[in-house]
Every structure is written in structure tokens, then in C-alpha cells.
Design a protein around this ligand. Structure first.
Ligand code: ADP
Ligand code: ADP
Length: 237
């Protein structure tokens, strides 16, 4: 589903973000990327949907190079990838449902979405997505009135409304307390198991990684230093 072939990334200032990465993630996996701050987790994740450009090598999704995709092909490839950020990235002054509907943007003409005109099917899709993360009662609440955990669940719903086949979550629980962390991770796990959405999550806590991952990839200084099932992952990174 996601394949890294000899991928390296050197930032303009010379920092090596990723070093010769070869990784294949299969459909339906729940992969957690672990590593200390600066290990390359975010660079790894953001290379997949080209929020970051790699310097050499190739990344393919379903056998198709995203590295070489341009224009419409890139937009279509990105439609399959839902992104979850540490800081939720919601439009704060918009309602929850409007934020979730923004996941539908790639499916309609720009004019329609600028005007906020979404068909009834999209509204239903958005409400279903909110139901799946147990927050449908907040659909018409302004996003900035929600707690951090609730906002993160809205951003998961946005990825669901997008009908993403892949979810990339960059430190999704880094700003949340332990209870909320569990709720958000449980939601991600449930979606992975119920819908078979391939999930790649960056975490800097190995204990949370162990509870949820089917596979752990350890990064250090831009290199893969561990790749295997949870049982084999130790605390030494
Ligand atoms: P992590 O997500 O594991 O904390 P990152 O992928 O953010 O790691 O960073 C990997 C390395 O690349 C670090 O040394 C970081 O300082 C560096 N880095 C990240 N983004 C940039 C950038 N835009 N320009 C230069 N260096 C960067
Ligand atoms: P790219 O799109 O090629 O991945 P970015 O847009 O991430 O590059 O980086 C643009 C600039 O932001 C970098 O050249 C760097 O000066 C700065 N920058 C951002 N994050 C970091 C970081 N963690 N360490 C050093 N520089 C950074």
C-alpha cells in the first residue's frame, strides 16, 4: 500500500531528515513510528502525502509513484490520505460539521466548496463520521468550544468524511492528557479495525505504541533502526 524505495531527504540547510529508507506498509496495518525528537518521524510521515518533498528515492502508494505525481494525479492521490496533526488543524471559528465537510473539498468544484455548498449525501457522510467517533452531538458547535480530545476526534471524522484509505497521524496525542489520549488512540484503532484503513501514527511514547501498534518502526537520525512486531520492540531505541 505504501512503499518507500531508497528514500532520503536532506533539508536545504544540510540536515539529513531521512537516510535511505526502505519500508513497505501493507493495507490495514496499524504502524507506529517511534523515535526521539528529531529522529525523522514527521519527515517520514509528511513525505507520504508530499507535505515534504524527498530528495531522492521514490514513494509509491498502491504501486503508483506519488513522488512523480503532478497536478490532478497528485490531488487524487492526496484525497486517499487523511492527515491528523498534533494541533488538530481545525478552522476554529467554524462549526464542527463544517470542519468535517472540509474533508469533502477534493470531491467537488472549487466554487462549490468556497461557497460551502455540500450535497445532502456529504452532510450525511459527515454526521456518520462524527457518530463513529462519538461526537455527533457537537456537530453544530463551534470548534473552538471543544476540548483538545474532542477536537482531535473531529479531525479524525474529517479524515473519515474524506473517505481516506490511509490515515497519517503526526503526534496526534502529544498535547492531550492520558485519558483523552486513550480515547483518541482507541478511536484510531477502532477505525483501523472496522474499516481497514491503513494507519501510520507518530508517537514518542513507546508504551502507547505497544498498546496499539501491529508493527513498530523505530527511527534514529533519519534511519530505520527497528522494524517489527510489537513483541520484539524493547525500550532501547
Ligand atoms: P521528529 O518528527 O522525529 O521530531 P523531524 O522529522 O521533525 O523529526 O526532523 C528530523 C530532522 O530534520 C531533525 O534534525 C530536524 O531538526 C530536521 N528538520 C526538520 N524540518 C526541517 C526543516 N524544515 N529544515 C531543516 N531541518 C529540518
Ligand atoms: P520542504 O518543503 O522542502 O520539506 P520546509 O518547508 O519544511 O521544506 O522547510 C523550509 C525551511 O523552514 C527550512 O529551510 C528551514 O530553514 C526552516 N525550518 C523549519 N523547521 C525547521 C527545523 N526543525 N530545523 C531547522 N530549520 C527548520
Amino acid at each position: 500500500m505504501i512503499e518507500f524505495k531508497n528514500v532520503s531527504k536532506v533539508y536545504p540547510n544540510g540536515t539529513q531528515g531521512l537516510k535511505n529508507i526502505n519500508v513497505k506498509i501493507e493495507k490495514g496495518e496499524f504502524v507506529v513510528i517511534v523515535g526521539l525528537s528529531g529522529a525523522g518521524k514527521s519527515t517520514f510521515l509528511r513525505s507520504i502525502n508530499r507535505l515534504h518533498e524527498i530528495t531522492s528515492g521514490e514513494i509509491a502508494i498502491d504501486g503508483k509513484s506519488i513522488t512523480k505525481a503532478k497536478g490532478k494525479d497528485l490531488r487524487i492521490a492526496r484525497r486517499d490520505i487523511g492527515m491528523i496533526f498534533q494541533n488538530f488543524n481545525l478552522v476554529k471559528r467554524s462549526t464542527v460539521i463544517r470542519n468535517v465537510l472540509s474533508g469533502r473539498v477534493g470531491y467537488h468544484s472549487t466554487l462549490r466548496t468556497v461557497l460551502g455548498l455540500f450535497p445532502k449525501e456529504d452532510v450525511n457522510l459527515a454526521l456518520n463520521a462524527l457518530e463513529r467517533v462519538n461526537i455527533v452531538e457537537k456537530a453544530y458547535t463551534r470548534s473552538d468550544q471543544l476540548s483538545g480530545g474532542q477536537q482531535q476526534r473531529v479531525s479524525i471524522a474529517r479524515a473519515l468524511a474524506q473517505e481516506a484509505k490511509i490515515i497519517l497521524a503526526d503526534e496526534p496525542v502529544a498535547s492531550l492528557d492520558p485519558l483523552t489520549t486513550k480515547q483518541v488512540m482507541d478511536d484510531l484503532q477502532k477505525i483501523n479495525q472496522d474499516l481497514g484503513i491503513t494507519t501510520v501514527v507518530n508517537l514518542h511514547f513507546i508504551d502507547i505504541a505497544r498498546q496499539y501498534a501491529t508493527r513498530i518502526i523505530g527511527l534514529q537520525a533519519g534511519e530505520v533502526v527497528f522494524d517489527g512486531p510489537v513483541e520484539e520492540a524493547t525500550d532501547e531505541r
